[in-house]
Design a protein around this ligand. Structure first.
Ligand code: GLA
Length: 362
């Protein structure tokens, strides 16, 4: 069903935003640290029109949201404050615009997405950013791309309950598929960098859905905040010498060690590195996420291990929050599909159901 079939009229405007894959700098953004994401070809499109509904004669707004992927329609009024699922992200964006002083009338919202869900490629950020872009167009809102990312992040925190950093929303709002976006998440200073030489990106889903992602995630964040407090700094970003983490009790010591070493890896890339060195840093990142940060799962370790041992792969690691989801690898240009076939053969023989996500298969 398209917009016309669902709502009985054509949309007035539409906007899209991509998902993202993070190459390096994992679990650093909520520590005020550094990240290196890039946009993926898959994206989310949001179509909008005004709705004439007023709720219960009280002149409350009533919105209608439809997800093509889920084939699900949700109607929400201003006084119904806690939708779940895809509706919570859209509702969060609308509510935050209202709180910022903009008037958002009753809306019909239609969502279609090609971003894989639950793989750590930020389908939620793509939905938030596409929603806000479409609203900016429809209502002529004076908000820029950074403000869109900031509102989108708040929608995720306040309405979806994940205490996330700002990487995903900044990547969806500002990155493209041809470059890496270096971002300092404290100052929001950024630099657009080319991909490492003669290399391309391969993303393979482990086929293991992310479990405990939000509770485990919020727990890691709390541990990092405790570590920063114990070390007397505003955030772990302020520690650059990993030896300083040795005074911390476990598991805070390992959590802090991951964040400090991961920030240093990103900063090394910023100085300019070869594809080989970039790959080594990705491998080190995976080991750190597995052993120190403990956000990997056996399936991802097996998948990453196969990737790392495959000819033509510079380096590989889990990407996103972890607890399941996808791997990212930096591979020799032109070889990603061949490498994926070889890796998936071995991985799926071990009883898993992996699949290639980037490059997108036609
Ligand atoms: C999720 C969050 C991001 C970031 C990553 C881990 O994607 O939304 O803010 O913390 O996990 O690097």
């Amino acid at each position: 069903m398209d917009f016309q079939e669902v709502f009985g009229k054509p949309p007035e405007t539409q906007a899209s935003a991509p998902g993202r894959v993070n190459l390096l700098g994992e679990h650093t953004d909520y520590n005020d640290g550094f990240v290196l994401p890039t946009a993926i070809p898959q994206g989310t499109t949001v179509q909008l029109s005004f709705s004439s509904d007023a709720y219960g004669g009280l002149r409350q707004r009533q919105h209608h949201f439809y997800s093509e992927n889920l084939n699900e329609q949700v109607s929400i009024s201003d006084i119904n404050h806690s939708p779940s699922g895809f509706a919570s992200y859209i509702f969060g964006c609308i509510e935050l615009l209202q709180k910022a002083g903009y008037t958002v009338p009753s809306l019909c919202v239609y969502v279609q997405s090609s971003v894989p869900m639950g793989s750590g490629l930020s389908s939620s950020a793509a939905l938030e950013v596409a929603t806000l872009r479409a609203l900016r167009q429809l209502l002529n809102l004076p908000i820029d791309d950074v403000e869109i990312a900031q509102i989108a992040q708040q929608a995720e925190i306040q309405y979806a309950g994940v205490q996330c950093g700002i990487m995903d929303q900044m990547a969806s709002s500002l990155a493209d598929t041809e470059h890496i976006l270096f971002l300092d998440t404290r100052t929001l200073e950024r630099r657009v960098m080319p991909l490492p030489e003669k290399a391309e990106i391969l993303v393979i889903d482990s086929g293991v859905p992310r479990t405990l992602a939000s509770s485990g995630y919020n727990q890691r964040r709390a541990e990092c905040e405790e570590a920063a407090r114990s070390l007397g700094v505003k955030a772990l970003r302020d520690i650059t010498d990993v030896n300083l983490t040795k005074t911390l009790p476990e598991p805070l010591q390992r959590r802090a060690r991951h964040v400090v070493t991961e920030n240093n890896r990103v900063l090394e890339v910023l100085q300019g590195v070869t594809s080989e060195r970039f790959g080594e840093l990705m491998n080190a990142s995976h080991a750190s996420l597995r052993d120190d940060y403990e956000v990997s799962v056996p399936a991802l370790d097996i998948l990453v291990d196969i990737l790392q041992k495959t000819e033509g792969v510079f380096g590989a690691r889990l990407t996103g929050a972890g607890f399941g989801g996808a791997s990212v690898a930096l591979v020799r240009s032109g070889q990603s599909k061949g490498i994926a076939t070889h890796v998936l053969e071995q991985y799926n023989q071990a009883g898993y159901n992996g699949q290639i996500l980037v490059p997108a298969l036609d």
